[in-house]
Write a protein that binds this ligand. Structure first.
Ligand SMILES: *[C@@H]1O[C@H](CO)[C@@H](O)[C@H](O)[C@H]1NC(C)=O
Ligand SMILES: *[C@@H]1O[C@H](CO)[C@@H](O)[C@H](O)[C@H]1NC(C)=O
Ligand SMILES: *[C@@H]1O[C@H](CO)[C@@H](O)[C@H](O)[C@H]1NC(C)=O
Ligand SMILES: *[C@@H]1O[C@H](CO)[C@@H](O)[C@H](O)[C@H]1NC(C)=O
Ligand SMILES: *[C@@H]1O[C@H](CO)[C@@H](O)[C@H](O)[C@H]1NC(C)=O
Length: 308
């Protein structure tokens, strides 16, 4: 049977879009981390199709890996903005901030381009995927990459903090992100490890990760956030927390749990706050608060997604 004309048109326009919207990887010593494989596996456009109601066929969004540091350093804001998302992979639990010095050095150029969904991960999924084949590590990359590569607010960003800050006894600023906001993390969290992970937000783009497979990684959490921008249309939400962890960054969440965020996101919806329409009053109240605080395209889009 021939595909209906409108479907063909939609697929054709997606194909054009896909070519224009590669996923960008920095050079990072030229290594292909597990995030690269996940991008390939996802095909990403599967998600874009889901958003447009098209369920068949699969196009592949190419992943572009910078051939050297000079290529990244030579890019303009407009060059970065052409990409659907920038993926800064986990450099296999690397502990040297030199590894992300290129990000810090060029932040005034790439930061203005990153207006879309973001996920900042205080752990090392590539390491746990490669050496321990942990399902939760693959699921984490898959969900986070899906979230940042979808959405309609521009270039997204996936940024694994790897193990760069794991020895920081006190909160330190993530300098590479200072153009986006004040982000502070600490390590040296607990001995031997923080291993109880709990998801406190959701999105239609994230379906793979759950508490069970995010937990018990030896260590699940390497860096916990004590500070990050929370308000406004580009505020971040906690996506996953070290459950029951205490100290700087400790928060209570709408689903009744408490802990310290170790994965934060822009573009997800907090659990217990619009995730579950049958909650009735709290759900409506949340939406009302969002609207009262100044409706904008982002919040209205969220509202649409929640209701969908
Ligand atoms: C961590 O990254 C630095 C700088 O990129 C590199 O020199 C070092 O060899 C890396 N260490 C490991 C264990 O991979
Ligand atoms: C990390 O914590 C342990 C025990 O809580 C402490 O003995 C150690 O000195 C800390 N390390 C750093 C770098 O602060
Ligand atoms: C955690 O460490 C223990 C002891 O070294 C090991 O037996 C186990 O396989 C590790 N688990 C994971 C998920 O890495
Ligand atoms: C976290 O704390 C809650 C409330 O005290 C408790 O019911 C729960 O068992 C704790 N969970 C873990 C994994 O520590
Ligand atoms: C709504 O969320 C609550 C708490 O998370 C859960 O117990 C309940 O099963 C959910 N209901 C539906 C219909 O998903």
């Amino acid at each position: 049977m021939r595909a209906p004309y409108h479907l063909l048109l939609a697929v054709a326009s997606l194909a054009v879009q896909a070519v224009a919207e590669d996923v960008l990887f920095p050079h990072m010593r030229g290594l292909k981390y597990s995030e690269y494989d996940e991008v390939k596996k996802l095909g990403l456009t599967g998600l874009q199709m889901a958003h447009s109601g098209i369920s068949e066929g699969k196009l592949t969004v190419p992943a572009h890996v910078c051939k050297d540091d000079e290529e990244w350093n030579g890019m303009t804001t407009a060059d970065f903005a052409k990409y659907k998302a920038i993926i800064v992979p986990d450099c296999m639990c690397n502990t040297s901030l030199n590894t992300i010095k290129f990000l810090d050095d060029t932040k005034r150029v790439w930061s203005p381009a990153v207006t879309g969904n973001m996920v900042i991960i205080g752990t090392d999924p590539s390491f746990h995927a490669k050496w321990f084949n942990l399902p939760g590590a693959f699921a984490m990359m898959q969900d986070a990459i899906s979230l940042v590569a979808t959405g309609d607010r521009g270039t997204g960003m996936y940024f694994s903090l790897s193990c760069y800050y794991q020895s920081a006894a006190k909160p330190v600023a993530i300098e590479a992100l200072s153009e986006i906001g004040n982000f502070q993390v600490r390590g040296n969290l607990s001995h031997p490890c923080l291993n109880n992970a709990h998801l406190v937000a959701q999105s239609k783009a994230m379906t793979a990760l759950n508490d069970n497979i995010a937990s018990n990684w030896n260590c699940s959490v390497h860096e916990a956030f004590s500070e990050y921008p929370r308000t406004g249309s580009s505020g971040f939400e906690a996506l996953a927390i070290a459950l029951n962890a205490t100290g700087p960054g400790e928060q209570s969440f709408a689903d009744g749990t408490s802990g310290i965020p170790y994965i934060i996101a822009r573009g997800a919806t907090p659990l217990g706050c619009g995730n579950n329409i049958t909650e009735g009053l709290p759900f409506e109240r949340h939406i009302q608060l969002k609207l009262d605080s100044g409706p904008n395209k982002h919040e209205l889009h969220k509202l649409h997604v929640i209701r969908a």
